[in-house]
Design a protein around this ligand. Structure first.
Ligand code: IPE
Ligand code: IPE
Ligand code: MG
Length: 247
């Protein structure tokens, strides 16, 4: 029996977010340079997108480059940025065909010109697609996003467009770069690290967290399906008791 057959189609998460980690360790394992790990990580992006399309998951958000990743060696940063451009060029038509809309969160203006241009082209080409929104978090961090949101809210307050009493969770949510996205029901991290690394801090308040030891380049479609099954077997209580959830 195919592992996919164990997935209940009436409980598919609307939004899955992934911290794609372990490319460097994967490269080390095969005796290659870190950039080779990143290159192989692109294959996993492709199969994960396919898996989402197959299951009807509407939103996939991938942590591709954090604010803190700017502190890596320049050579690695350049390799990652180049890989982003070449992968977009190579994959965009297929993604478009699958109905994928490419979206980004993060500081686009910090990316090299050819990267932001390739991303703008990809967004424009796929803007009418509705099968899956693939959000790439690039030069993104949760604290960066919250800081921006607080700044824009403060500006509105100082202009008199908003009173401090009106600031509620909905207003905060609306000012985040993920305003248009449903909160992720499931957050996956590969490579076994038990941390959030400044990813979607506000949005994951009630996300189910799934950590696998598998390194990102080895993370297969079957493993993705396994994560979905694991999620479907959780009892999401949102502070209530189990008895309240299952009377
Ligand atoms: C994830 O893999 C990719 C990025 C952070 C860009 P890493 O490059 O962090 O791989 P490890 O954690 O060193 O194995
Ligand atoms: C998190 O991975 C960022 C991305 C996956 C893009 P890192 O490898 O940068 O995280 P830390 O530094 O181990 O926490
Ligand atoms: Mg890492």
């Amino acid at each position: 029996m195919n592992i996919k057959d164990n997935i209940s189609l009436d409980n598919i998460p609307k939004h899955v977010a992934i911290i794609m980690d372990g490319n460097g360790r994967w490269a080390k394992k095969v005796g290659a340079l870190r950039a080779f790990g990143h290159k192989n990580g692109v294959n996993t992006v492709r199969t994960t997108v396919e898996a989402c399309v197959e299951l009807g998951i509407k939103n996939l958000t991938l942590y591709a480059f954090s604010t803190e990743n700017w502190n890596r060696p320049k050579l690695e940063i350049n390799a990652l940025m180049q890989l982003l451009v070449s992968s977009l060029e190579k994959e965009i038509d297929e993604l478009d065909k699958q109905g994928v809309f490419i979206n980004t969160i993060g500081e686009m203006d910090k990316l090299p010109g050819n990267c932001s241009k390739a991303l703008s082209r990809a967004k424009a080409q796929t803007k009418n697609n509705t099968q899956l929104t693939l959000t790439l978090a690039l030069s993104y961090s949760g604290r960066w996003d919250l800081t921006n949101a607080i700044q824009s809210i403060a500006e509105k307050v100082s202009e008199g467009a908003l009173s401090p009493q009106e600031i509620d969770q909905e207003i905060i949510q609306e000012h985040l770069s993920t305003a248009h996205l449903h909160e992720p029901e499931l957050l996956i991290r590969t490579s076994g690290e038990m941390r959030i690394s400044n990813f979607l801090l506000w949005e994951i308040a009630y996300s189910e967290i799934y950590v696998t030891e598998t390194l990102w380049p080895d993370f297969s479609k079957e493993e993705f399906f396994k994560a979905i099954i694991d999620y479907q077997n959780r009892e999401r209580r949102f502070g209530k008791t189990s008895e309240q959830i299952n009377p």
